[in-house]
Each structure stands twice: as structure tokens, then as C-alpha cells.
Design a protein around this ligand. Structure first.
Ligand code: FAD
Length: 300
């Protein structure tokens, strides 16, 4: 990575597009904080902002409420995550219809994680859709939507090998997915090798890297272990001794995420999806580093 090479290319912000992911708030206080986050990130003009669907489909109403508020109260384009966990086909089809009649045109189609959490045994609903590919097909049947799906540069933990994993991605694309967003990763070589594998398999949709700024290294290590993402030793070492020093932790997190994203830009990547954890600070700082500037609407 070479920051000097980067600084000689002031046009770079123009060819970079970002999206932000939020989770639906659990209470009024969290909702207030999410709304502040959304308002802070809105002037960066993201391509879309997505709202997750809780494990086991547990946040169906809250996801819908959050998406509606974004539609009604901002200029942003919301994308609704949707999973098939613990729901029969009619229910999923009905939820798709409800989002569509609200005006939602963008979805992130997923199988989802079981209600018991990431890494627990998945069993498809007996009358339900079985996986992400089925979900894409269900969406396509109802409309000409923009459909993002998941991709796993380090393999999904349930995949026996990369071939099986990429085969599932291929099925999603064949059913109509328009873009894949990756699970977070910290080693850009892993991402690059994965994209090469995907292209060799004849898959040509954008594979947008999912970037997770490290808001809390302990939580990231614990979550990564369950979802099969590697936290390299060098990354842990950068946060050594910072458990009780949130300010330095945040500065280091911004530097680490900026370093990763700038390196990906150097490798030719132009789209980024940020897992914001409903916080604006780190995502905003990294976007600034890659040349994205807030655009404030002129007063009428
Ligand atoms: P799929 O794409 O259907 O499958 C994932 C992989 O598992 C496949 O590549 C396949 O190789 C393997 N696999 C699946 N079934 C089998 C099988 N029977 N035998 C062998 N291998 C199999 N979770 C939520 O609950 N809510 C969300 O809002 C949410 N948003 C996400 C957004 C992104 C961008 C990403 C990357 C993940 C998200 N997740 C979310 C997590 C996701 O639901 C989990 O990773 C889940 O375990 C798999 O869902 P999927 O849609 O990726 O599954």
C-alpha cells in the first residue's frame, strides 16, 4: 500500500461508491442514535443503505419500521435484508409484497442464521425456502428488484469446500442476483484470490467487499470465530492493551480500516459496503480518506 501514489489521484473519490449497513434498533434510545448516524452519513451519498433482518427473522417489524423511516425521512435508498429462517414460503412472499408496496426496490436476499445464533445448526422450515438462491428466486418472481446476496471469501463455515460455496453463489446469480456483498475479512489477498475463483467459475456480478471497522476488537474476535472469518495476529496486536483506552482504540480502528480500503482501491476496487454497527464515526472517517466528501444540499 502506498499512500503517496494514492494522494496523486484526487479524482479517486468520483469512481468510488459506498453503501452502509445498519441493524434495526431495539428501543427508542437506540433508534435516536441510529437516526443521528443516518443523518451524518446521508451527505456522503451512499448508493444504498441496508437494514438487517435479525437472526431467526426476529426483527421483521423493526426492520420494516426502520426501512420505512429511511424512505420517508431521508433521501437514501434503503435495501431490506430478508431471510427464510423459521418462515414458510407464503410468509416470506407476503413480507416481500409488503416491502414492495412500501416502495422498496432493493433487497439483500439471505438464508439467514438460526434464532439460536450464528454457528448453530440450521434446519430449513418444512414449507419454506431453503437457502439464499431460493430467496433470490422468490424475489425475482415478485418484481424487477435490485438483489444483493452474500459471498464468503473465506468460505461459509457450512461449506465443505470452495467449490460448494461458489456453486451456491452461482445458483444465486443464475436466479437473478445483481451483486454480492462479502462477509468481512481483514486480509485483502484472501479477497483477491476469492474474486479470481469466482470469475473462473463464470460469475461476473460485482463482488463488493464488506468492510468491518473494528469498533471493539474483543467482539470482532468472538464473532469472527463463529462466522469463519480469520482475525490475523497482526490485527490483534494492533489493539493490544487498548481495552480500557477507547479513544486510542478508535483512532487505531480508523487507521486499520483506512489502510485496508486504500489498499483495495489500489487493487482496483471501486465499491465498498460498510458494516457500521449503527455508528457513523469510523465509516465517515474512512470514506473521507478515500476521497468521498459530504454534499450538503443548497438552501432553497
Ligand atoms: P446461503 O448463501 O444459502 O448459504 C451459505 C453457504 O452455506 C453456501 O455458500 C453453501 O456453500 C453453504 N451451504 C448452505 N447450505 C448447505 C448445505 N445444505 N450443505 C452444504 N453447504 C451448504 N444473517 C441474518 O440473519 N440477517 C441478516 O440480515 C444478515 N445479513 C447478512 C449480510 C451479508 C452481506 C452477509 C455476508 C451475511 C449476512 N447474514 C445475515 C449472515 C448469513 O445469514 C449467514 O452467514 C448464514 O449462515 C448464511 O446465509 P446465506 O444467505 O449466506 O446462505
Amino acid at each position: 500500500m502506498n499512500q503517496f501514489r494514492f494522494s496523486r489521484r484526487p479524482d479517486i473519490g468520483d469512481r468510488i461508491r459506498v453503501s452502509f449497513e445498519f441493524f434495526p434498533p431495539k428501543n427508542d434510545e437506540m433508534e435516536g442514535r441510529l437516526w443521528e448516524t443516518i443523518q451524518r452519513l446521508e451527505p456522503l451519498r451512499p448508493r444504498f443503505v441496508s437494514v438487517t433482518y435479525g437472526a431467526g427473522g426476529s426483527t421483521r417489524e423493526r426492520t420494516a419500521r426502520t426501512v420505512k423511516r429511511i424512505l420517508d425521512g431521508s433521501t437514501l435508498m434503503p435495501a431490506a435484508h430478508l431471510t427464510c429462517i423459521d418462515a414458510d414460503r407464503d410468509t416470506v412472499d407476503q413480507v416481500i409484497g409488503e416491502f414492495a408496496s412500501m416502495g422498496v426496490r432493493n433487497f439483500v436476499a439471505l438464508r439467514g442464521d438460526p434464532a439460536a445464533g450464528v454457528g448453530t445448526q440450521y434446519r430449513p422450515h418444512p414449507n419454506g425456502y431453503a437457502n439464499g438462491a431460493d430467496m433470490v428466486a422468490a424475489l425475482r418472481r415478485q418484481g424487477d428488484f435490485d438483489i444483493s446476496v452474500s459471498a464468503y471469501p473465506e468460505r461459509h463455515p457450512e461449506s465443505p469446500d470452495f467449490a460448494t460455496d461458489i456453486d451456491m453463489l452461482k445458483r444465486k446469480v443464475d436466479n437473478g442476483a445483481t451483486r454480492a456483498i462479502t462477509q468481512f475479512f481483514f486480509d485483502n489477498d484472501v479477497y483477491e484470490r476469492y474474486v479470481e475463483r469466482v470469475r473462473r467459475a463464470g460469475i461476473y456480478i460485482p463482488i463488493v467487499p464488506g468492510i468491518l471497522p473494528v469498533h471493539n476488537i474483543r467482539q470482532v474476535v468472538s464473532f469472527s470465530a463463529r462466522c469463519g472469518a480469520l482475525v490475523p495476529a497482526w490485527l490483534r496486536e494492533r489493539f493490544d492493551g487498548l481495552d480500557n483506552d477507547p479513544q486510542t482504540h478508535m483512532l487505531v480502528a480508523a487507521a486499520v480500516a483506512a489502510e485496508q480500503v486504500l489498499d483495495l482501491v489500489e487493487r482496483g476496487v471501486g465499491d465498498f459496503h460498510f458494516y457500521t454497527m449503527n455508528r457513523a464515526d469510523l465509516a465517515f472517517a474512512v470514506c473521507h480518506m478515500i476521497g468521498i466528501r459530504a454534499v450538503v444540499a443548497a438552501a432553497a
